[in-house]
Structure formats: C-alpha cells, structure tokens
Design a binder for this molecule. Structure first.
Ligand SMILES: [Zn+2]
Length: 247
C-alpha cells in the first residue's frame, strides 16, 4: 500500500513512523512540505528513506508572507531527485478569508511552476470551490485533489481528469455523501492518503494519525465501492505511480 499524503515533518518520530508503516505493508509514502522550512525538513526525511518521496509547496496559510524569493527557493528545492510534485498548494477561504487575492496569486504561481517543471500539483481546497475550479480548469498538468471532501467538485474534477485522494474523514459515520462520491470515482483516478498527523480514521479517531493507519481508510473505500480490498489497494498503488511519476 501507499500513503500519498503525509506530513512526516510534523511527527517528532518520523523515522519510527516510516518503520511502523513498513511493518504494516505500506512501502511508499509521499511526505508533504507546506512552506520553505517545512519543505527542507520534508526533503531530509525523503532523502533518508528509500520509499519516501516529497511533494513541496507553500500552502495557502503561507500566502500572507510568501515572496518571490520563496518561490525561487521552492523552484530550487523541487530539483531534488526525491521531489515528485508541487504542493500542497491551493485555496483555503475558511481559514484565510482575509487574504483571498494573495492565496490566488500564490496558487497560480505554483501551478505555473508545476507546468514549468513538468510535475503534478497536489491541491488543498476549503470553502473555495468556485475559485479552485476556475484556476484548475485552465491548468494543463496533472492534478491531485488531496483530502477530497467537497463532493460538489466531483463532476468538474471528473471532466478535467483530476485524481481524487481520500483521507480518514471518509471513514466517519456522517460522511455518507463523501463515500457516495468515492463510489463514483473511476478506477484509474482514485488515491488514498492519511494526511497524518490529522484526520485519523474512525477506529483510531482522536489519536495522532500516521501512515500505518491507512488500511482503515482503504477498507472503507473498498466497501463503499464494492471492491475487493487487495485489488483496490493494488489499483491505488498503480494510480499513485502514474499520477506522481513514482519509481
Ligand atoms: Zn496536507
């Protein structure tokens, strides 16, 4: 199995967490940088573990302070051989309603960077569906919608060929509409992630999340889609390889 989105730099025992994931059959992890110093820590972790790869970006929470210099630094960091994707980046009008224009500029700059470097983009969106869709509609590269939680973006996303990555919140009792959306995602577009340390899946809800817990989410997805667990896990593995250009 693969965890396509974890914040290993936010765990104080990242190396041990990678080890526990390996023991649980998770042999590849994409760890996510959310700002320049987080990206550096993320690359260090990826460089230290064979099965760990990095996505590097400046998330919307960093939009207020991001400068042209930071984007230059990000471009340099993305040249690292373990850097597979740009992100996470995107729009969050729930937490950043006072800086929407800055968020849009930063997102657009990273979309351009992804095209320039021929890398996929890992997108975060919250309470910003219209603007997210409008910016991604014009984007000509691979899109991974991380922690997919907005069923109303399913239709446009399917039209544009996005990948949809489901996190632990799809396992929560009240997430029926999200599970219904998961059932509609085509077999070649579905991904799974923990978003560790956040959103631990239902059986371990409330605990700090980590990649070893991803199996719970794959089980719920397999049940929602009436698919065999191992077949779905293998399919997700292949989709992640294609979407993120993993070895
Ligand atoms: Zn994340």
């Amino acid at each position: 199995m693969i965890d396509t989105h974890a914040h290993l730099d936010a765990l104080d025992d990242a190396g041990e967490a990678v080890g526990r994931a390996g023991a649980a059959g998770i042999d590849r992890i994409v760890t996510i940088g959310t700002g320049i110093s987080s990206c550096r820590a993320t690359l260090d972790i990826a460089a230290a573990h064979a099965g760990v790869f990095a996505a590097l970006g400046i998330d919307p929470h960093g939009a207020a302070g991001a400068t042209g210099g930071e984007l230059e630094e990000l471009r340099e960091l993305l040249r690292h051989p373990k850097a597979v994707a740009v992100g996470e980046t995107g729009l969050d009008y729930h937490h950043g309603a006072d800086r929407c224009p800055q968020q849009r500029r930063l997102f657009e700059a990273q979309l351009a960077l992804a095209l320039e470097l021929c890398k996929p983009v890992v997108v975060h969106t919250r309470s910003a569906n219209g603007d997210t869709e409008a910016l991604l509609r014009r984007h000509d590269g691979t899109v991974v919608m991380h922690c997919f939680s907005e069923p109303e973006l399913l239709r446009p996303g399917l039209e544009h060929g996005w990948y949809f990555s489901f996190a632990g919140n799809v396992t929560y009792p009240k997430a029926q509409s999200l599970r219904a959306a998961a059932a509609e995602v085509p077999a070649d577009r579905i991904l799974v992630e923990t978003d560790s340390p956040f959103l631990a899946p239902q059986p371990v809800r409330g605990r700090r999340n980590e990649p070893a817990f991803i199996r719970h989410t794959v089980e719920v997805l397999a049940s929602a889609r009436s698919e065999d667990l191992d077949e779905l896990a293998a399919r997700i593995d292949a989709n992640a390889t294609a979407a993120l250009g993993l070895p």
